[in-house]
Design a protein. Structure first.
Length: 380
């Protein structure tokens, strides 16, 4: 039986994504000053105001004025100089304080920074084998990335996309059923002009083989979208966790990523599960892989590790699970070492998805590397 599946993504100028980027940019600032810094930074953005709160622990504390200037520079880079939200005159309230002594003491021996469950996922989709991501979320993010890079006159930073795919009874993508794109625009552009501007971006973002005549295109379906960003909708860190990951194709443990240093397994273990799932699929021993891991605060070793290859495994799943347990140290310290996470690499992950990205020259997206795949393949 055929079915439809939809994923959504948001641009760097979306209110929640602004907050994610602020939290991760400040995390990078702390890691530049002290690679062992601990942070849990939350951000709220509303009309001409940004509020930063949370906890930090560092041997070289970041100067508040430096933090404020960094935030303004980021907001300018995103493109906000609007009456209701401008890098020039917005109020920044910095309410960061020192990490709880109880938490700091509980993780001083490199135990997990919190309890919780984390998932990792990878899948082969025809035409998208190398990124090993579900196609709908990949296309939704690609659409917004292309929109940003086009820098079309009259379009403002706030935007959202949504892609619906039709799968056949063999679980293969056969066409794109619909695309939704809502983008903020200047008051000088009519709705028709907005649609004319972005239609070529949509055509360029969707594979030609999936772009049928009966595709439904909804561009700014609600009409006028002039007031946007934090002036139109309050933003908060961590409200786009499904868009950050797999677009609903896989479960999410519930913990957000942005603003958290790698001692927080909400982030580092989710990255490690993605790394392992991707290497399992890249090795050829499965076409799809879901992993779950769990931790207790202050404890080094995971409490559980689960695998489900959705019936695509070429070898026994439990043997795969045993092998990755042998090849990978799943303690927080082991994850940090393998993925080289104590570096200022996080700001680039805070928009357009944490997964399905190319590893960067400076170590960004190390969890997307497939260096373990050959070793895994040779074990079976």
């Amino acid at each position: 039986m055929s079915y439809l599946f939809t994923s959504e993504a948001v641009s760097a100028g979306h209110p929640d994504k602004i907050c994610d980027q602020i939290s991760d940019t400040l995390l990078d600032l702390h890691l530049q000053a002290d690679p062992c810094a601990h942070t849990a930074i939350e951000t709220m953005a509303t009309t001409n105001r940004v509020i930063i709160a949370g906890e930090t622990l560092s041997r070289n504390p970041v100067d508040p004025e430096t933090a404020e200037e960094t935030v303004r520079t980021l907001i300018k880079k995103i493109g906000y100089d609007q009456p209701g939200f401008s890098y020039k005159n917005l109020q920044i309230d910095n309410l960061l304080h020192c990490q709880s002594a109880d938490i700091a003491n509980g993780i001083k021996d490199c135990g997990a920074g919190d309890q919780g469950i984390m998932f990792g996922y990878a899948k082969k989709e025809t035409g998208f084998e190398t990124c090993y991501m579900p196609m709908a979320i990949y296309l939704a993010n690609r659409l917004l990335t292309n929109l940003r890079q086009a820098a079309l006159p009259g379009l403002e930073p706030d935007a959202k996309s949504q892609v619906t795919l039709e799968y056949d009874d063999q679980n293969r993508v056969c066409r794109v059923g619909s695309v939704v794109l809502s983008t903020q625009h200047s008051e000088h552009l009519s709705l028709e002009e907005v649609r004319e501007l972005v239609l070529p971006i949509i055509r360029r973002s969707i594979p030609e083989t999936l772009f049928s005549d009966d595709i439904r295109l909804l561009i700014n379906p609600a009409g006028r979208f002039v007031i946007g960003g934090p002036d139109g909708d309050c933003g908060l860190t961590g409200r786009k966790i499904v868009a950050d990951t797999y677009g609903g194709y896989a479960p999410h443990g519930g913990g957000a990523f942005s603003g958290k240093d790698p001692s927080k397994v909400d982030r580092s273990a989710a990255y490690m599960m993605r790394y392992l799932a991707k290497n399992i699929v890249a090795s050829g021993i499965a076409d799809e892989c879901l992993l779950q891991v769990s931790y207790a605060i202050g404890k080094k070793e995971p409490l559980s590790l689960y695998i489900d290859c959705k019936g695509t495994a070429k070898v026994d799943q439990q043997k795969i699970l045993q092998k990755i347990s042998e090849l990978a140290d799943l303690t927080p310290a082991g994850i940090i070492r393998r993925l080289r996470l104590c570096r200022p690499i996080y700001a680039s992950s805070a928009a357009y998805g944490h997964f399905g990205r190319l590893p960067g020259e400076n170590g960004e997206f190390s969890w997307e590397e497939t260096d373990l795949s050959k070793e895994l393949a040779s074990c079976f």
